[in-house]
Design a protein around this ligand. Structure first.
Ligand SMILES: NC(=O)c1ccc[n+]([C@@H]2O[C@H](COP(=O)([O-])OP(=O)(O)OC[C@H]3O[C@@H](n4cnc5c(N)ncnc54)[C@H](OP(=O)(O)O)[C@@H]3O)[C@@H](O)[C@H]2O)c1
Length: 361
């Protein structure tokens, strides 16, 4: 097998594009790790990794960056974190595009995106903290983009499902978003697609956590805050300049469980059961189901929370961890344009990052 590959190698090498996109990767966790794997595939032949960092350490030395054990080596061989060293690595060499890939959830790094764009770097991000954060940050980002900065954000909503790109395309054609409704969380999608009253909600939640569908502390999912950030990002793309406090978020974590440490919270999951069982029984008696929806109406009112929907509602027909985005626009106004599919997971999120990086080449 290797002989066959070796025989083919010269031809393949002669057509391989030269590495023209230099990137620095911030974050080598679940998504960053999957992205590193993609960099070793032929699809990423035009991309050269010149720096990688986790929260404590970074690496810019080519030999270490090429290692399959880069993530492990960062902690042993890496230098202490400092953005200046990473940017210097991007500046060295003759790449035609210099890209910072943010695969963290760090608000401090997100706060630098606009500045990086202003300095001529491109930014590709899975980190929602800027576009889905405070309004001044969103405005600074839009100003930097207006000055020519290029911002890859496909991974911030729907893990690369073509939501933001579709919305931008519709708006370029003069269309406008009227309303938006959907399920923007893979874990909450799975939980309510499964929840039929036959098992307590807490049992399902434990299973979802075991399957890796929730964050280690499931309150990150149940609070609805991540869904709210995605709703803000889409609403802002649609022209609604909403502030963080303008999204009405009805999370699923009862007040007494909010301040507990993660271990104590996990020991008291059964306290979620009774209120949800009541809501479920009420919905079932009317022939309906429960879904954790994000909604934006025509007046820009944004809401996130548990909603009872009839069986013919698009969200009632979801499976697994699918996300769904139903866009009603001036031209899609009889039936909504529905974008649906896996909206979480490291492989598809990493692919969304790579797609945005390659678009800059
Ligand atoms: N997982 C998914 O399916 C998914 C889907 C769509 C979007 N996202 C988004 O993608 C981002 C990453 O998610 P994840 O699941 O990969 O998280 P994760 O596994 O917790 O990884 C986060 C990484 O960011 C690093 N980091 C934190 N602060 C940093 C800093 N200042 N400089 C450099 N690195 C820093 C962490 O370093 P340490 O290892 O040192 O802590 C870690 O390597 C998040 O914004 C998430 O919302 C995730």
């Amino acid at each position: 097998m290797s002989a066959v590959l070796a025989a083919q190698a010269p031809a393949a090498a002669s057509v391989a594009p030269a590495a023209s996109i230099a990137i620095v990767l911030l974050g080598t966790g679940v998504v960053g790790g999957a992205f590193l794997k993609l960099l070793n595939t032929p699809a990423a032949a035009s991309v050269r990794l010149v720096g990688a960092a986790n929260s404590r350490r970074q690496q810019t030395e080519p030999h270490s960056l090429a290692s399959r054990h880069l993530r492990e080596q960062l902690n042993n061989l890496g230098e202490p974190r400092n953005d200046t060293g990473l940017l210097a690595a991007l500046d060295a060499g003759a790449a035609t595009a210099r890209v910072i890939v943010d695969a963290t959830a760090s608000a401090a790094l997100a706060a630098r995106h606009a500045e990086w764009l202003g300095r001529g770097y491109h930014v590709v991000t899975a980190n929602k903290a800027l576009a889905g954060g405070e309004l001044p940050g969103w405005r600074a980002l839009q100003a930097a983009i207006a000055q020519g900065g290029r911002y890859g954000d496909a991974a911030t909503v729907g893990a690369g499902l073509p939501v933001l790109s579709t919305l931008r395309r519709l708006r370029r054609c003069g269309d406008a978003l009227l309303t938006l409704e959907g399920v923007f969380s893979g874990s909450l999608s799975w939980l309510f697609n499964q929840y039929d009253g036959s098992r307590p909600f807490s049992a399902l939640l434990r299973e979802a956590r075991r399957l890796g569908y929730t964050e280690p502390d499931p309150r990150s999912d149940l609070s609805g805050e991540d869904v709210a950030r995605k709703l803000l990002i889409i609403a802002r793309h649609a022209g609604f300049a909403l502030g963080v406090d303008e999204v009405d978020v009805q999370g699923l974590v009862p007040e007494p469980l909010r301040a507990l440490d993660a271990e104590a919270f996990l020991a008291r999951l059964e306290e979620l059961d009774e209120p949800l069982a009541e809501l479920h029984a009420g919905a079932r008696s009317r022939g309906n189901v429960l879904r954790f929806l994000a909604r934006l109406n025509q007046r820009g009112r944004a809401r996130v929370g548990l909603v009872e929907v009839p069986p013919e509602h698009p969200a009632a027909r979801l499976y697994g961890t699918d996300n769904q985005f139903a866009l009603t626009t001036t031209r899609y106004n009889t039936q909504p344009l529905v974008i649906q599919g896996p909206g979480a997971g490291p492989e598809v999120t990493a692919q969304a990052l790579l797609g945005d990086v390659l678009a800059l080449g």
